[in-house]
Design a protein around this ligand. Sequence first.
Ligand code: P6P
Length: 337
Amino acid sequence: MSSSLGTSLTHYLIEEQQKHAGATGEFTLLMNDIVSACKVISSYVNKGNLIGILGSAETENVQGETQKKLDVISNDVFTHTLMRGGQVAALASEEMDEVHNLPDHFVRGKYMVVYDPLDGSSNIDVNVTVGTIFSVLRAPEGVKDPSEADFLQPGTAQVAAGYCIYGPSTIMVLTTGQGVNGFTLDKDVGEFMLTHPNITIPEDTKEFAINMSNQRFWDAPVQRYIDECLKGKEGPRARDFNMRWVASMVAEVHRILTRGGIFMYPIDSKIRDKGGKLRLMYEANPMAMIVEQAGGLAITGPERIMSIKPSKLHQRVPVILGSKNEVQIVWDYHTKG
Ligand code: P6P
């Protein structure tokens, strides 16, 4: 139920909790912590060089990538907010090599959260949209300090998934397995308000997103698919396509949720030994849950992303996701030739 004042994310979470007789309110408290952390990150991202936090942190993460100051700050905000909230048993992040266990005296909860605290941060110094991506998992019962192995759950086991996009608006997009909803931050009030109820991805699209500079490295199915898109009306697709590449997955996925499209970071000969570019646990799986819940598809090429049994916390996978009928074509090219 929404009043003329609209529905805040806080009220939405309480209303959802009330629909589940056995709900204890713990997930609502966890989500409130995630919301608080994203509000703080949004504030830092918006201030940028006003407070001297752009540029490199002069450190590297486990991926061997140079960290931006805001990567480290965002990770600290997310990690410390959730640690103190009493709803998690352990945390994991793109910016932390190992699973982050809690100090002995901290209260544990029944969830684990794995996150990319500032995805697309290579864009931050040029003022292009970035975002936080998070995935909520159940912690193993009776385990005080969950290990990496406890995090290695397939995407189908996710309790919830979401992202917060820091663009012209700050928008939280969330799924708990009952569809996808978007909430825009009203910075005057400090509340996320329901602005995108029941998001559904158009099943067809004329817009693809891929880093074309990798074209010579792609495998045949992707070469064929993109070649047909580029042939446009004169080709087998009999229609022209448009292309986008922001180099910020959150921005690409948000565009696809809003108007359709297909996003592709496929395997290629340059990154084959790494398994792909994007990370399974805190990029591919949460985005796959969101996309599937919005009526789209999310695959590696030959298989559904959310069916993968993870082998490592920072495992990389190919990612092809978006409008159902378009992704199906790519899936068929990988599986039927
Ligand atoms: P490239 C950002 O670093 C990221 O993980 C995704 O957000 C984005 O889609 C991709 O990598 C961009 O990769 O090779 O175009 O810089």
